[in-house]
Design a protein around this ligand. Structure first.
Ligand code: ADP
Length: 185
């Protein structure tokens, strides 16, 4: 069976960068929910309109909206290695993912946590071009709060299932990439 992996971590942990590297260097098909939502918003679709205000406030888009979107996207994937970036972000989403993968004859291979402490991610996001509406300082604080409250429980969830791979995300992108590759074995 082709691998299916989840990349998760706080905002600014470098998930997107690592996902792109895994795509380029290991051939993973990338499914990034933040990108899907931003695209939907640009295109003015129903999903984009419904998700927009949550995104600008740094909150999570309601589970049912995002779960439906991911289900549709998974249905389009062939038997190729898949990488989920930014999903799941809640335990309910993780349960929905397990069900959706099962329906497609897949199962999760690993959940890679890119671990970076709050002070470093805050510094990184404030230091980069704040061209995203949700990169304003007060929104970044909200995104971090949401991460700790809603997404961090996934650490225990995947640990219990023997799927958690923890990677130190404080190094440069090459160093983190090497760790991710090693974690995936
Ligand atoms: P980051 O990881 O830098 O916070 P993303 O690009 O992954 O950013 O996501 C941006 C925003 O899109 C999130 O703050 C949230 O509002 C929304 N979003 C993305 N993925 C999900 C998800 N799985 N569940 C709910 N909302 C999501």
């Amino acid at each position: 069976m082709q691998p299916t992996i989840v990349l998760f971590g706080p905002p600014g942990s470098g998930k997107g960068t690592q996902a792109a590297r895994l795509h380029d260097e290991a051939g993973y098909r990338q499914l990034a929910t933040g990108d899907l939502l931003r695209e939907a918003r640009r295109a003015g679709t129903d999903l984009g309109r419904r998700a927009s205000a949550y995104m600008d406030r740094g909150e999570l888009v309601p589970d049912h909206l995002i779960v439906e979107t991911v289900r549709d996207a998974l249905a389009d994937l062939e038997a190729e290695p898949v990488l989920l970036d930014g999903f799941p972000r809640t335990v309910a989403q993780a349960d929905a993912l397990a069900g959706a993968l099962d329906a497609h004859g897949r199962e999760l291979t690993a959940a890679v946590l890119i671990d970076v402490p709050d002070d470093i991610v805050a510094e990184r996001i404030m230091g980069r071009h704040q061209d995203r509406e949700d990169d304003r300082p007060e929104t970044v604080r909200e995104r971090l709060r949401v991460y700790h409250g809603e997404t961090e429980p996934l650490i225990g969830y995947y640990e219990e299932r023997g799927l958690l791979r923890r990677v130190d995300g404080t190094g440069d992108p090459d160093a983190v990439h090497a760790e991710v590759r090693a974690a995936l074995g």
